[in-house]
Design a protein around this ligand. Structure first.
Ligand code: UFG
Length: 330
């Protein structure tokens, strides 16, 4: 029995493949390598292809005995989704439809889904729990919510059980030093701050210091990518016990401001990291912090790398040993 990991060569996908390898799961990866990196795959059988390609999906499901799917493959840039919503609907929503149809055709009944806090939009309360209102403020979040809803109806009609994991802010890198975060372009705070520490950027731009928060900068809940990976493995286990479909938040439940992240990065790296205050970035909520109580209780998930300093240290280790990402592995 194999687990199919779509988008398994991406940032969170590759860390999840590593977690599955640790317990000797048979792994099949589908990745079109647009964002993913072959070098990020520490094992598993790779099919290079697209979810919307009927032929490659048929090959995967006929050549392997797939028992469960972990579905990462998607576009995930908030800003880009506002400029090209069609790209997001086509790849994310239609791609997921192709996958679910194929799972139904081949009788595969379990899927763990990479969802996002962007499904909530501007939160009604903090910390956010899974019963809160979902009202995305960007096309990316809207497509992820549409994908969750599609899974609900495939469960109702065909009994395909899903666990949707809504991540807050993924950061950090694997402790083995071999895999980490390498996005082109990079838009996330932690890697950008570390690129500034490495001198690859002249400074970090802080997007707004006039939010209604103690230091005026946005607060986020940073979670180690390997803790996220562990949650996917637990979710597969839970579906294998015959559990019902569910949605879980994944975060540490503790918020850090942009200025605090920069401060900790200065301590970790020993670099000055110049910061410049710039205007707000469109669509940024002031505070996003998760209540992950449900994941702890029902999945038995316990984040083990919660300290932000530890998360940033692990990312720094990756950035210093791979200054050009996978393009320059050392
Ligand atoms: N930020 C800066 N300067 C930068 C980059 C980011 O000040 O150069 C700020 C942002 O304005 C935000 C915070 O740092 O306040 C975190 O920004 P990220 O881009 O790292 O992360 P987001 O919270 O915007 O987005 C993350 C995921 C999305 C997901 C979202 C859910 O990357 O995929 O959480 O809310 F949709």
């Amino acid at each position: 029995m194999a687990v199919l990991v779509t988008g398994g060569a991406g940032y969170i996908g590759s860390h999840t493949v590593a977690a599955l390898l640790d317990r000797d799961e048979e792994i099949v990866v589908l990745d079109n390598l647009q964002q993913g990196h072959k070098e990020a795959l520490l094992g598993g059988k790779l099919y290079v292809g697209d979810l919307r390609d009927d032929e490659v999906l048929d090959r995967i499901f006929t050549e392997n005995t797939i028992d469960a799917v972990i579905h990462f493959a998607a576009n995930s840039l908030v800003g880009e989704s506002m400029k090209q919503p069609g790209k997001y609907y086509h790849n994310n929503v239609y791609g997921t439809l192709c996958l679910l149809e194929k799972m139904n055709e081949y009788g595969v009944k379990k899927i763990v889904f990479s969802s996002t806090a962007a499904t909530y939009g501007e939160p009604e309360q903090v910390p956010i729990d899974e019963y809160d209102r979902t009202q995305p403020t960007n096309a990316y979040g809207e497509t992820k919510l549409a994908m969750e809803k599609m899974m609900h109806w495939f469960d109702t009609a065909h009994g395909i059980k899903f666990i949707a994991l809504r991540y807050f802010n993924a950061a950090g890198a694997h402790e083995n030093g071999k895999i980490g975060e390498d996005h082109q372009p990079e838009t996330h705070l932690v890697p950008i701050v570390l690129e500034a520490a490495l001198g690859k950027r002249p400074h970090i731009s802080v997007f707004g210091d006039d939010y209604d928060t103690p230091d005026g900068t946005c607060i986020r809940d940073y979670i180690h990518v390997s803790d996220l990976a562990d949650a996917h493995v637990l979710a597969v286990d839970r579906l294998r016990t015959g559990a019902d479909s569910a949605v879980y938040n994944l975060g540490n439940g503790q918020g850090f401001s942009v200025k605090e992240v920069i401060g900790i990065a200065r301590t970790v790296t020993g670099e000055a990291i110049p910061a410049i205050i710039e205007p707000r970035r469109a669509g940024d909520p002031a505070v996003l912090v998760a209540s992950s109580q449900r994941a702890r209780t029902e999945l038995g998930w316990e984040p083990r790398r919660s300290e932000l300093e530890h998360i940033i240290k692990s990312a720094w280790n990756w950035h210093t040993s791979h200054p050009d990402g996978y393009g320059d592995s050392m």
